[in-house]
Design a protein around this ligand. Structure first.
Ligand SMILES: *Cc1c(COP(=O)(O)O)cnc(C)c1O
Length: 394
């Protein structure tokens, strides 16, 4: 089984590029150029240097002793929360800004859910002196205020998306609309492994540095390159794609993808796409999608803005469909409890998205010899208000 996309961007039955005619030139230009640009030694030199000196890579692989004792297995945390801007998103934006420069683009647009991708995009636009417009759902702007403030400070314009559930899906629609209106000078930096081909592959490659480092670090620290489990939360799927990438063809490594169950998978307030979704097209890609009997997208719900999306990337749809990855779902309440546990056992306050991955440890049947790597996708500063309120700490 291959987990690389075909030339037209298919992972099994999922993927492809279903785009309006007006977007065809932009997407086609990207498709023709991206592999060549990524392979170019100049690009690689600049990308690797920025990852090291600006992002702060490699991020540590930390053996979490108290968490390991609690779960009766050896648990390592891949510290993407220590990346500049506080999450893995910047691995992708650093790469895409260099790509945009090589395509001669002067204006950058992005969508954002929790605001982490917006911040990471605003950051690299400031770094390279490019205009930056970020679309964000009006509801998300309200629940992730610290990130809205950061984007403003960095000089980006944040435009509220006020349609639908006023969350990530709607922000993505607005960004696509903008790109259609500005086809020549604008590059759209998508923040996850979603969208039309080549975005899912482009973003997965840019995030694959995570698993490349895990293999080396595990070999140095535990004398083995392969863990028994890699656990990551899935919104669109970029941090999971990065953490899984170099283990996809290693069948002894169990890949665990953690979705947001919201109030519960079978309530109507959930974002557990692999359970609730059926094949359909969203944002240019054929993938698993939450939809009603008429094929209309249903509104997802998660307490975590970064997981509040009715689809998953086509690679993940294929990982679910083929059984290569185990998909588990975690409720809002369980994620909140896991955030508190991680904070108090390890002194690390995780992002609400990442807290879902921590809670999934409860659903694995771990043995004392098991080695687990959990991708700590981001830090929880942006979620403190929610934590204090929901955990009744203030
Ligand atoms: C955006 C975000 C996510 C969800 O996005 P993916 O593309 O699925 O990784 C998860 N964790 C954090 C910290 C995020 O900022």
């Amino acid at each position: 089984m291959s987990f690389q996309p075909t030339a037209r961007g298919y992972y099994g039955q999922f993927g492809g590029a279903f785009i309006p005619e007006m977007l065809y030139p932009n997407v086609e230009e990207l498709r023709e150029q991206y592999l060549g640009i990524l392979a170019d030694p100049d690009f690689q030199q600049e990308y690797q240097q920025l990852l090291r000196d600006y992002v702060g890579r490699p991020t540590p692989l930390f053996r979490a002793k108290r968490l390991s004792e609690r779960y009766g297995a050896t648990i390592y945390l891949k510290r993407e929360d220590l990346c500049h801007t506080g999450a893995h998103k910047v691995n992708n934006t650093v790469g895409q800004i260099l790509l945009a420069e090589r395509l001669g683009k002067k204006r950058i647009i992005a969508e954002t859910g929790a605001g982490q991708h917006g911040v990471a995009t605003a950051t690299v636009c400031a770094l390279r002196g490019l205009e930056c417009i970020v679309y964000m759902g009006a509801v998300d702007m309200e629940r992730q205020k610290p990130n809205v403030a950061r984007m403003c400070m960095l000089g980006a314009e944040v435009r509220p998306a006020t349609s639908g559930s006023q969350t990530l899906k709607d922000a993505t629609n607005e960004a696509i609309r903008d790109w259609i209106s500005n086809p020549t000078d604008t590059h759209y930096i998508i923040g996850s492994v979603v969208g039309p081909h080549p975005y899912p592959d482009l973003v997965a490659r840019l995030q694959s540095v995570i698993s490349e480092e895990i293999r080396k670090q595990l070999l140095a620290q535990a004398d083995r390159e392969l863990p028994d489990y890699v656990v990551a939360c899935v919104g669109g799927g970029s941090n999971a794609a990065g953490a899984f990438y170099h283990f996809l063809d290693e069948p002894t490594v169990q890949l665990v993808a953690v979705e947001a169950a919201g109030h519960g998978v079978h309530t109507d307030k959930s974002a557990a796409t692999s359970v609730l979704g059926r094949p359909g097209i969203i944002h240019g890609s054929r993938t698993l999608l939450m939809q009603d009997e008429h094929g209309q997208i249903t509104e997802p719900h998660s307490i975590s803005a970064g997981l509040d999306y009715p689809g998953i990337g086509p690679l993940h749809a294929f990982l679910a469909d083929s059984g290569r990855a185990k998909f588990v779902a975690v409720t809002d309440e369980d994620a909140l409890q896991a955030a508190q546990l991680c904070s108090r056992l390890e002194g690390i306050i995780p992002a609400l998205e990442t807290a879902h991955a921590f809670s999934a440890l409860d659903q694995l049947e771990l043995k004392p010899t098991d080695v687990v790597v959990l991708n700590l996708s981001g830090r929880g500063d942006k979620d403190l208000e929610t934590y204090l309120r929901e955990l009744h700490l203030a």
